[in-house]
Design a protein. Structure first.
Length: 757
């Protein structure tokens, strides 16, 4: 199975999207196809042994549309030809809107005396002459509105119907009736009918619909603003050092292994690892992290982030489509091209919408003609029904909100894999947090250094120095924590002789002819070292769930080091915010029960799964799901991947492993738990916005079509003008897209409340 994305051209409404979807799904070997009207893309899963992209393109062409493969490099700007073509189409549409608008205004002004029965001196009667109106109307119909008739004809040949079909039938009926009346007016008079022409109706409807399409295209362009921002983040050039010389190269020519110089205030061109120098780097544009991060030799840097203070050199490790930014763009594009489950109803309605409207229009004509015997009235109501019906609003309701929502997520350092994940996130009831690396920092740090009573500060530092010198030779994470702590206190390391690591117990060695032993309480007892002077301190550290390491010098206990995996500064506030959102927060860890309970108390979590082996984590998630909960899992390690996949929504900490990120539905780039709160708030805001759009689109059609059909005429003697119907249709699509654009103002809410222990 392979997946590809095609850029589509020629769609005018949601029914077109449905037609393309059906055409692609009919190709042998295509397993799945989602056509997104909002972004004009088709995402296709197909068997490459059975079919090819060329065959899929042929199926799209046969359906009356065109499709081109998307560029592989997610960061590639659209090429100049495509940009010029898009701008030319926009200019042509604007020109048609102006011409149709001016002619419509002239015809409407000329029709005022006939409509009102008043003679207005400033309006020449010649403007209402049917032949002049015919001459003015024809170019609007068949040049400005040509696309409606061409697309309708294509649909007819495929035995399908779209919004263009409705417009072509509606305006075509008004135009044809008026042409007939222009040349055979006497026949109408003999039949006792008013010889009124409706040329202005046809022109105004086309002008309004073209204006609506122009505004809709402009608004749809704004929905992809977040994507353009992301692509615009990348640097254009890189200062590469080759053969000892600095060369400025376009970013496309940078290769893996190149050493690149970055000066203060410059963007980092590609991903890499610092080999010389240090600096602080603003990563907010990629991770959403507001504070600059200090980087030094050995640290990774991300392309498109901003170097603030120092100058450094780094070796390129990922370039082109492999960079972190390109991966972000690719994920956002995938999400924007996907469909949310909430859209299925709109898709089903769109499938039968146009045929149903045509049937209603025919029924409207028959009923009014039989009841009133008036062909003019029957025609007006029929045209009104055809024009006011709008599948576009239904088709745009979901994808535009998804586009803006996923783009907004990327701005906040939240990568959402697809629309379904975004929708599911708002239904979450229980959120499970892995402890190590998610709630905590993920690496042990020294929290306590407790020497025996009444020793001088200088002796205390000396003991720490001796311990760190021996621990330096150990590869154990706890040893690294001791060394880092000692160096932060200003201790210098010394030479060690006779170093020995005792498995499961500790390490020992000789420093300045002194025997240093560092390890567990059990080992100290086995060595016969008196632990009573520090027994109380050891009990206290153990009760707090910390790891206590003993330091002995020449057989005498000198100090205890307390080591713990510290809680992230943001964890307590983030967990409280999740609880205020009405979520049950659960902690999952492989650590022992006592340590887990200590951390849980610190961050105010009441439910804990402790001593859970990696292979049991997914079972724990399934247990919560069987209790009727919608469960999200947040983790960062390889051992979290099965649980992330099992959860209804898997959220990976972006600072974690690639495996965890691949198994997740949402990636939190910064590693800050506050991002979870933002992700859920964004999901709720997006789904609320989609529901508003769908409500408006459905109500608009449910209310508008009966009114256009003349349901109010028996009560109030009032018929909806086809002109007003055309304006309403144009505005319905624009209003749905405009409502979706309100999501661009989304800001994460800071939740406040009392902390209840």
């Amino acid at each position: 199975m392979e997946t590809t994305t095609l850029k589509l051209q020629g769609m005018s409404c949601a029914s077109c999207a449905r037609n393309i979807e059906d055409a692609i799904r009919a190709v042998e070997g295509v397993q799945e196809c989602n056509v997104n009207f909002g972004v004009e893309q088709a995402t296709i899963a197909y068997d490459s042994r059975t079919t090819t992209i060329a065959e899929i393109q042929q199926a799209v062409d046969a359906a009356g549309y065109s499709a081109q493969p998307m560029q592989e490099d997610g960061l590639a700007d659209e090429d100049e030809t495509e940009r010029q073509e898009r701008q030319a189409q926009a200019r042509a549409l604007r020109r048609k809107v102006w011409i149709a608008g001016v002619i419509s205004a002239v015809l409407v002004i000329g029709s005022i005396p006939a409509m009102t029965g008043l003679s207005i001196p400033l309006i020449p009667m010649e403007l209402h002459h049917p032949l002049l109106q015919l001459v003015l109307t024809t170019p609007v119909m068949f040049w400005c509105g040509a696309s409606f008739f061409i697309n309708a004809w294509k649909s007819l040949k495929r035995h399908t119907a779209t919004m263009d079909t409705l417009v072509a039938i509606g305006t075509g009926a008004a135009y044809s009736y008026s042409v007939f009346l222009t040349f055979f007016a006497q026949w109408f008079i003999n039949q006792g009918l008013a010889p009124d022409v409706y040329f202005e109706v046809a022109t105004v409807i086309i002008a309004l619909l073209l204006l609506g399409r122009l505004l809709e295209n402009r608004a749809k362009g704004q929905t992809s603003e977040a994507m353009r921002k992301l692509i615009g983040l990348q640097a254009r050039t890189a200062r590469v050092i080759r053969q000892g010389r600095e060369i400025d190269l376009p970013i496309a020519q940078v290769v893996v292994g190149d050493v690149i110089l970055v000066r203060p205030g410059e963007k980092i061109p590609v991903d890499g690892e610092i080999v010389n120098g240090r600096s602080t780097i603003d990563e907010a544009m990629v991770t959403g992290e507001s504070l600059p991060v200090t980087k030094q030799v050995g640290d990774e840097v991300i392309g498109a982030t901003l170097n603030k203070t120092g100058s450094f050199r780094f070796r390129a490790t990922r370039v082109g489509k492999d960079t972190f930014l390109a991966q972000i763009v690719k994920l956002v594009q995938q999400a924007q091209g996907s469909k949310a489950p909430i859209q299925r109803l709109a898709d089903q309605v769109t499938g039968w919408f146009v045929p149903a409207v045509i049937a209603i229009a025919i029924a409207t004509f028959i009923v009014w003609y039989n009841v009133m015997g008036n062909v003019t009235m029957a025609l007006i109501t029929t045209v009104g029904v055809l024009i006011i019906a709008c599948p576009c609003a239904l088709g745009l309701a979901t994808p535009t909100s998804i586009m803006v929502g996923t783009g907004k997520g990327a701005e906040n350092g939240i990568l959402i894999k697809d629309a379904e994940s975004l929708e599911l996130a708002h239904q979450i009831q229980t959120i499970v947090l892995d402890k190590t690396g998610t709630i905590t920092q993920g690496k042990p740090t020294v929290t306590d250094f407790i020497p025996v009573q009444a020793i001088a500060h200088s002796h205390e530092l000396s003991v720490l120095c001796l311990a760190a010198s021996v621990e330096y030779y150990s590869e154990h994470p706890l040893a690294e924590a001791v060394v880092q702590y000692a160096q932060s206190r200003g201790a210098s390391l010394m030479d060690v002789q006779e170093f020995d690591a005792v498995a499961g117990s500790g390490v020992q060695g000789c420093v300045l002819n002194q025997r240093i032993q560092i390890g567990t309480y059990r080992w100290m007892s086995e060595l016969g070292i008196d632990t009573r002077p520090l027994q109380q301190s050891w009990d206290h550290l153990e009760s707090l769930g910390k790891t206590a390491i003993w330091i002995a010098v020449d057989g005498k206990a000198e100090a205890i080091v307390g080591i713990a995996d510290a809680v992230k500064p943001s964890s307590v506030a983030a967990i409280r915010s999740l609880q205020q959102l009405g979520l049950e927060v659960v902690m999952l860890t492989g650590d022992n029960r006592r340590t887990a309970d200590v951390i849980a108390r610190e961050v105010n979590i009441n439910r804990v799964f402790a001593e859970v082996r990696p292979d049991q984590k997914a079972v724990a998630i399934a247990t919560l799901q069987r209790q009727g909960n919608r469960v999200a899992m947040v983790g960062d390690g390889i051992n979290d991947a099965p649980a992330l996949a099992q959860a209804d929504v898997g959220m990976a900490i972006g600072t974690g492993t690639d495996v965890a990120i691949a198994a997740s539905d949402i990636t939190l780039i910064s590693g800050d738990l506050q991002s979870i709160v933002t992700a859920i708030q964004l999901s709720r805001a997006t789904i609320r916005n989609i529901r508003q759009n769908l409500f408006f689109a459905f109500v608009y059609n449910i209310v508008g079509i009966p009114i256009a059909a003349g349901i109010l005429y028996p009560l109030f003697g009032w018929l909806l003008s086809p002109i007003i119907a055309g304006a309403a249709m144009a505005l319905s699509s624009v209003s749905v897209v405009s409502n979706a654009l309100r999501l661009r103002n989304f800001q994460p809410k800071t939740l406040r409340g009392h902390h209840h222990a």
